[in-house]
Design a protein. Structure first.
Length: 572
């Protein structure tokens, strides 16, 4: 009661400021129904509900006690595919068996996170008769990427959806295509972001969404067959915003031309790709293929050239003055990066060796949220690049081949500011202290075991990780005995999820599981994940084996699962 009285004395602005430091579920769990004023103050959190990354106790209370009271006013909701494995029967029936239109009649945006193909296929059957639902946001989707499943997504909610968005972490769909006179179209779709794994069926995607207004795709390359068939389909006359991301294959001017010819009303064009074609980076040639309606262009092109440095600079002079660009040359003269200023792309994959060439300031990188730095790199390379990106949410660094930490002193001071960074993926071995120090909201760390061992031996780095990381994934584990589990358990006190990725998933991890349970038995851990194998004896009755060999009891609430070399243990 004393805490409630203190809250009542605070102005609304102060309460909302405090809420910025909590997750949605934590706010609902802590403040909802304390009094009518607090309910009115946190009303937005009742409209836009995200129950990700909370404890099972908080999740259980919010779902059973609060959601039934506010469900009629919820406009945006995030579903986690993992809930199917961890929820009690009554919770499972609420979210996976009730009709969504009865629960959330005002729902406008639905986000599906960590779903696999089976779950998504089943869940799409529930998305019907929601009169307000027009946006489906799918993240980290895994499993079979069939054409039929994509069609089912586009047709969800009785063909009422206008926006379907898949993030970059989701798998790419394979479009097999069909005869044009048999093709199904979804004229309701106005916005589509999707990853494709195809070499010839871009024209089929155009047929699927003939009224598309905003199209962002990530896929490989046009084949000669696709060029000829693309010429025979109708233009996307409604398309205003097109973005192509393709960094695995080299593109040509001819291929880009074929695509843009089908976009007569295009106003915004964004390209993130690689090329060996000199014509594509020739400003005069490139400008000649742009639609006359275009008002905004952004590109980030890695050009692998065979010319001399001086000739590359001459090539840059071909660009018209109304398209402002810069050229960042690799030290080894193997490639150059040509990009617009500003370069408003949400995601960029950038080579480390151009770090010293980047422009001062962050004007041209202001909208990048997802950054990957590739090639051999040292810590200073990383810092020199990252200093230009102030709005990053995810950062991937480190060459897989790095075997030692490389660092050297820069002649210029480097100031890192990463207030929005929540996910850090470290593939190689490099120093991460300054990155972690600059990221006060960092929560998720995926890190190479060798790099983690070095970080744990550094007091300053270890203290920061201890305070911030709630989701830890350790990769490139050669042997079970090589993991300092005791040290990890001691240092990472706030973990909710802990994952281990063995290089060889056929290694038996029976003893490792028992050790992990023993070390984390007094901690607030929610889930343990290991890609490894169980012996035949253990796998026959995994739950009973745990009860017999660990402190877990029959009456304890926990769920275990062993499938496809993945062991999952949820502590409820």
């Amino acid at each position: 009661m004393e805490q409630i009285s203190t809250l009542e004395m605070l102005p609304d602005e102060m309460i909302l400021l405090i809420c910025q430091y909590f997750r949605d579920a934590e706010i609902l769990y802590s403040f909802f129904n304390l009094n009518s004023r607090l309910n009115a103050t946190i009303t937005d959190y009742c409209h836009y509900v995200n129950l990700m990354n909370v404890t099972h106790k908080q999740f259980d209370f919010v779902v059973t006690q609060i959601i039934p009271q506010i469900s009629l006013s919820i406009r945006s909701f995030v579903f986690n595919g993992l809930w199917e494995n961890i929820m009690y029967n009554e919770l499972n029936s609420i979210f996976f068996h009730w009709k969504l239109s009865l629960m959330f009649p005002q729902l406008h945006t639905l986000s599906l996170v960590n779903f696999i193909d089976r779950q998504l296929n089943f869940f799409l059957d529930k998305i019907t008769d929601l009169m307000q639902l027009v946006k489906l946001d799918i993240r980290n989707f895994r499993g079979e990427r069939t054409e039929e499943l994509l069609k089912k997504v586009l047709a969800a909610n009785n063909n009422r959806l206008k926006s379907v968005l898949f993030d970059y972490d989701s798998i790419g769909f394979i479009l097999n295509g069909t005869k044009h006179d048999e093709a199904v179209s979804y004229p309701n779709i106005e916005e589509l972001i999707v990853n494709l794994e195809t070499d010839k069926m871009l024209e089929y995607l155009f047929i699927l969404a003939p009224h598309i207004n905003r199209l962002h795709i990530d896929f490989d390359q046009l084949s000669s067959t696709s060029k000829s068939t693309l010429a025979n389909i109708s233009s996307l006359v409604h398309l205003k915003d097109f973005q192509l991301r393709s960094i695995n294959i080299n593109w040509s001017l001819d291929e880009i031309t074929y695509i843009l010819n089908k976009m007569p009303s295009l106003q915004r064009l964004a390209l993130d790709l690689c090329t060996e074609d000199e014509d594509l980076v020739n400003g005069q040639n490139f400008s000649s293929i742009l639609p006359s309606s275009l008002v905004e262009i952004h590109f980030f092109i890695i050009y692998y050239f065979s010319r001399l440095h001086s000739e590359v600079i001459t090539l840059m002079s071909t660009w018209p003055t109304h398209i402002r660009i810069t050229c960042l040359l690799d030290e080894s003269n193997a490639y150059t990066v040509i990009h617009t200023i500003p370069c408003d792309l949400p995601s960029i994959i950038i080579p480390a060796k151009i770090s010293k060439c980047m422009l001062a300031g962050s004007e041209y990188t202001r909208k990048v949220k997802d950054l990957t730095i590739f090639d051999e790199q040292c810590s200073t390379d990383i810092h020199q690049i990252v200093q230009h990106f102030h709005r990053l949410r995810t950062l991937t660094i480190g060459s897989k081949n790095n075997l030692e930490i490389l660092t050297f002193q820069s002649t210029q001071p480097i100031i890192l500011h990463l207030p929005y960074l929540t996910h850090l993926n470290v593939k190689g071995v490099c120093e991460i202290f300054r990155l972690v120090q600059a990221a006060p909201n960092l929560e998720y760390l995926r890190i190479n075991l060798n790099c983690l061992n070095i970080a744990l031996n550094d007091v300053s780095t270890c203290e920061l990780l201890q305070k911030r990381i709630v989701d830890l994934e350790i990769t490139h584990i050669q042997e079970v005995d090589s993991i300092q589990l005791g040290v990890v358990a001691q240092k990472f006190n706030h973990l909710r999820d802990f994952s281990l990725f063995l290089k060889n998933p056929k290694i038996f991890v029976d003893s490792l599981i028992l050790q992990m349970i023993s070390l984390w038995k007094e901690k607030n851990l929610r889930g343990l994940y290991i890609n490894g194998s169980l012996t035949d004896e253990v796998s026959k009755n995994f739950r009973q084996w745990l009860i017999s060999h660990s402190h877990l009891r029959q009456e304890d609430s926990f769920i275990v699962k062993y499938e496809n070399s993945w062991i999952v243990l949820w502590l409820l």
